[in-house]
Design a protein around this ligand. Structure first.
Ligand SMILES: Nc1ncnc2c1ncn2[C@@H]1O[C@H](COP(=O)(O)OP(=O)(O)OP(=O)(O)O)[C@@H](O)[C@H]1O
Ligand SMILES: [Mg+2]
Length: 242
């Protein structure tokens, strides 16, 4: 069975010369709950954008369930909740979800039914017909996540899904993401909350300066770095990285 994600010698240099990823190899097996940790500017979002075919890579290869990321079928397998909240301001919550379904080739009935399911799952019923600028920040996050899941992707990529989210919603999102994972969905999550990574992720990759520093379970990382906590691991790993 091919892994959910396989990047080989991935390098991304932006037009202005910034080297955001360098020779980056990462394999994420299907069904895993995987965390990506690293400081601001480490290259996490660049990696995600490359995986989702939103940017052109400079060198290297990306396979999603064994297929190149440029293949339409590969793109259908991935659901992305971006770090920046990028909702169409002229669409309601329901329209946002249905249009997204259409974009991924869902039949009208299926898209409408699934949108309703998502609206209930993310407690957006009262706001279903409200345009997105009228939502609170937390509600927008929920719409972003609901939209990412609309077309039932096998690999869900969440770029800082809980940034700026209150305690209650964070717990709720955790519960939902865990449930997805228990149903077999592969999850790739970035976060700056180490407790979140530790609670949710089976495996964690530490990245800095566009390079992979270490990859292991939280326990494995603690052992390797001789650290008591994941915070301690993080500090040690980042201090020793080039
Ligand atoms: N469009 C772009 N053009 C030029 N440089 C860019 C562009 N997008 C990102 N970068 C640079 O690439 C590097 C990696 O950025 P990236 O957004 O991938 O980091 P990140 O790990 O997601 O950080 P954060 O935790 O702040 O979200 C940074 O130096 C950033 O300034
Ligand atoms: Mg980012």
């Amino acid at each position: 069975m091919p892994p959910a994600l396989d990047t080989r010698a991935l390098t991304k240099r932006y037009d202005d010369g910034t080297l955001a990823l360098e020779n980056f190899d990462l394999t994420i097996p299907e069904g895993s709950f995987f965390g990506l940790l690293g400081p601001n500017g480490a290259g996490k979002t660049t990696l995600i954008n490359a995986v989702c075919n939103l940017i052109r890579v400079t060198a290297g290869e990306i396979l999603i369930f064994g297929q190149p990321t440029t293949a339409l079928d590969a793109r259908r397998q991935v659901g992305l909740a971006e770090q920046d909240i990028n909702l169409d301001r002229f669409l309601s919550v329901r329209e946002t979800l249905i249009y997204h379904g259409g974009y991924f080739g869902m039949e009208k009935d299926d898209a409408e039914g699934r949108a309703d399911e998502m609206i209930d799952a993310f407690d957006l019923r009262a706001k279903a017909d409200v345009r997105t600028p009228k939502l609170s920040g937390g509600m927008r996050r929920r719409v972003l996540l609901a939209r990412a899941l609309m077309h039932r992707p096998r690999l869900v990529i969440l770029d800082e899904p809980t940034a700026g989210v209150d305690f209650e919603l964070r717990t709720e999102l955790w519960r939902y993401i865990r449930q997805l994972h228990s149903e077999g969905t592969t999850i790739l999550l970035t976060t700056h909350y180490l407790d979140e990574a530790e609670t949710l992720c089976e495996e964690i990759a530490l990245i800095r300066g566009g390079r992979l520093i270490a990859r292991d379970s939280a326990d494995g990382l603690r052992e390797r770095f001789g650290a008591d906590s994941l915070a301690d691991v993080y500090v040690k790993a980042m201090a020793t990285a080039p």
